[in-house]
Design a protein around this ligand. Structure first.
Ligand code: CA
Length: 704
């Protein structure tokens, strides 16, 4: 059962007056934020400004000069784990969060560390995360820096010193919520959501007083237990009136999902906040809501009053969602001329594969067209009703369904960018499929991501009993897509698996990419044509959003490099720390050499019995695979166990799996679920996977 959420007390860590930041340090206020275009030397918010367009007006680095772009400085983090944060730059200081919710302040001209803050997230907080203990960024406001932590805290730091000023627990303790998203600030409030829709729970957004950390309002995205009292939250009225009638069955026992884990945008024109909500939990609507109902407000964009959290409107992109089609992609605010009229709209390219143009005042969808090919869960969006025409078989009630896009989405959370110069929005697009096969029974276990569908067939992209069809996404493609939101048509595409995007006044689009899985590159394309004009190879894939800023008359492009734990096609390498990279014209920094390849496979001498193998595989798939990779194949961000020295050391294996020797790194004890004998079967299974890898490595080296 999901516990009811109490309002946690704020811990004031230091007297507010005594720690007020010195004048000039990160004194970002509403006036500066409202006119961010007047100071293109800074990158003041997660998306560059309140509109979150990720467009830089700086043009010293442009189509003509970009070939001279070279490293200016670099700064190595203290962790190998995933890096997804967009840095902020305010008056020459860069603020960036990293894996484990740590925060650095760096001199934006030199990369010198000014301060470092470690919230000391317990390793156990890594367990209820789908995709590593990442953090996507901080917010800066009136001398304070705000970060959400994986274990659910919102912390305000003195921007001058990194000293905590206040900290508040935003999620119920002892449950499966986490925070990976960036807070947003406006009008003396900090807005923060949370993640966890693969583990159960109810999504919600909270607004806190920016100075004191006191809760101002909270909005739940799905209704709670009908037998319980209301939440006493801003969402009470609308949940009872609109949302509750769209739910059936026992959803409240598991929570229902709808977590707000990424998009969260303040609109100064209308004083409202928009947020995108996650998928329903469990995925299958049969198990979640007796197979019927829209299940408001999952997979939706919701608009609420910024001051009170009062409901304004919602647009549900995927009614009764059951394909992991979170509606959490970045929301971009623009004014577009549509049919001769200038309209205030928001742009959205969510996982479901449709590109939406939505009127900000009303929530009316003005247009919606597929931005990837092959989309097969709906035939179209009916603009009269705003509803998609969902293909009945796509709901996989009677037979499995190979859905396009897959659960990874046509586009996931990775930052998009809009250029007012080209009128185009740049989307890191992917085409993939997921095999959805309903499980007859659903079992909820807190902390284990049972989702109501067959994980085995999902991972292998087809029936688990039939011939394997290769891993999900094997027959996929990825590209940077330049999309015209007015005509709903493609302007150009640049093939390759890429992530966060930045558009600039130099007619450039920068994108961080992955090469062969774990390696990376930062690439610049012409914004108008898509011609590739510059690239720089990095030892780590780049997942995060790049930014542009200027100090002392020199312009910089900066991006956090660091792998994503969910990188596809993993050729493993030595685990390598994440790194902030800053480039400028004629930069002269020399980077350290790349790390070597990963150590070879390390299978034990003894061959596993088929009983041990099969038992071990079942345990592995349920408890280990979502971090260490299915089939024990991992990109080695979270260790590739086939190469682990512990694989040949029974007692070391037990110390980690049963006794929790590596808890501080997120590898907790699994003694609650597994006996030492069970752990041995997992070692047997992984051992055979290691033996297969060893054969592969031997044959590829002999043919070289
Ligand atoms: Ca999800």
């Amino acid at each position: 059962m999901i516990r009811r959420i109490g309002l946690a007390a704020v811990i004031v860590l230091a007297p507010l007056l005594a720690v007020a930041a010195p004048a000039g340090v990160a004194q970002v206020d509403d006036t500066r934020l409202a006119h961010a275009e007047r100071e293109p030397q800074n990158w003041l918010t997660h998306g560059g400004d309140w509109n979150e367009r990720r467009f830089s007006r700086l043009a010293q680095i442009n189509v003509q000069t970009v070939r001279r772009l070279k490293p200016a400085w670099y700064f190595d983090y203290d962790t190998t784990r995933g890096q997804e944060a967009t840095p902020l730059v305010v008056d020459g200081v860069m603020y960036v969060s990293t894996a484990w919710s740590k925060v650095y302040a760096l001199d934006a001209r030199t990369g010198r560390q000014i301060w470092f803050f470690d919230p000391k997230v317990p390793g156990s907080a890594a367990v209820p995360t789908c995709c590593d203990i990442v953090n996507r960024g901080v917010a800066v406001y009136k001398g304070l820096v705000y970060v959400g932590t994986v274990d659910g805290r919102l912390i305000a730091l003195n921007a001058a010193t990194g000293t905590p000023v206040w900290s508040t627990v935003t999620t119920p303790v002892g449950t499966t919520y986490s925070i990976t998203g960036a807070p947003r600030v406006a009008r003396d409030k900090v807005f923060i959501g949370n993640a966890g829709s693969e583990f159960g729970g109810r999504g919600y957004v909270s607004a806190y007083d920016a100075r004191s950390g006191k809760l101002i309002w909270r909005f739940y995205t799905v209704p709670g237990d009908p037998a319980a009292k209301q939440d006493g939250a801003a969402s009470d009225e609308v949940l009872a009136r609109l949302a509750r009638p769209t739910w059936f069955g026992d959803w409240y026992k598991y929570g229902g999902g709808g977590h707000v884990w990424n998009a969260l945008v303040f609109d100064p024109d209308l004083n409202q906040v928009y947020f995108g909500t996650g998928n329903g939990y469990p995925w299958s609507r049969v198990h979640r809501s007796a197979g019927k109902g829209d299940n408001l407000f999952i997979a939706s964009i919701v608009a609420v009053d910024a001051d009170t959290g009062r409901y304004k409107w919602h647009y549900q992109e995927v009614p009764g969602e059951e394909w992991d089609y979170d509606a959490i992609a970045d929301i971009t605010l623009v004014d577009l001329r549509i049919d001769g009229q200038l309209k205030k709209v928001l742009l959205h390219a969510p996982k479901d594969g449709f590109f939406y143009v939505i009127e900000r005042a009303t929530g009316k969808v003005l247009s919606a067209q597929p931005y990837i090919s092959g989309l097969n869960w709906a035939t179209r969006v009916d603009l009269a009703t705003g509803r998609p025409e969902i293909v009945a078989a796509a709901r996989y009630q009677d037979a499995p369904w190979l859905g396009i896009p897959g659960g990874g989405g046509g586009h996931n959370w990775q930052p998009v960018a809009f250029s007012p110069m080209t009128g185009l929005i740049y989307i890191p697009a992917t085409e993939s499929s997921t095999y959805y096969e309903l499980l007859p029974e659903f079992r909820y276990v807190q902390g284990i991501p049972h989702i109501g569908i067959n994980r085995e067939s999902m991972v292998h992209g087809g029936p688990a009993s039939g011939p394997p069809k290769g891993p999900t996404g094997a027959a996929n493609s990825a590209y940077l897509l330049a999309w015209n939101p007015v005509t709903q048509s493609e302007a150009w595409r640049a093939n390759g698996r890429g992530n966060g995007v930045l558009a600039t006044a130099g007619n450039l689009v920068f994108q961080g990419r992955s090469r062969a899985g774990l390696l990376g590159e930062l690439v610049a394309f012409r914004a108008d044509t898509g011609e590739r004009v510059w690239s720089y190879n990095t030892p780590n894939a780049i997942v995060a959003g790049p930014v542009m800023y200027s100090v002392g008359g020199e312009q910089y492009v900066a991006v956090s490099s660091g792998p994503s734990a969910v990188v596809f096609t993993p050729p493993a390498r030595m685990r390598d720390n994440g790194r902030m990279l800053a480039f400028k014209l004629d930069g002269t920094a020399t980077l350290p050499p790349d790390s070597p390849l990963a150590p070879p496979a390390n299978p034990p001498d003894q061959i596993a019995s088929s009983t041990a193998y099969n038992t071990g595989k079942a345990h592995y798939d349920l408890y280990c695979a979502r971090c260490h990779g299915f089939d024990a194949q991992s990109a080695n961000v979270i260790p590739d166990l086939r190469r682990s020295p512990m694989l040949t050391d029974k007692s070391a294996w037990k110390r980690v799996v049963i006794d929790g020797a590596l808890t501080d790194r997120g590898m907790v004890s699994w003694a609650k679920f597994l006996s030492p004998a069970d752990a041995e079967t997992i070692r047997a299974y992984v051992g055979e996977q290691a033996r297969a890898l060893q054969q592969q490595e031997l044959s590829s080296s002999s043919t070289r």
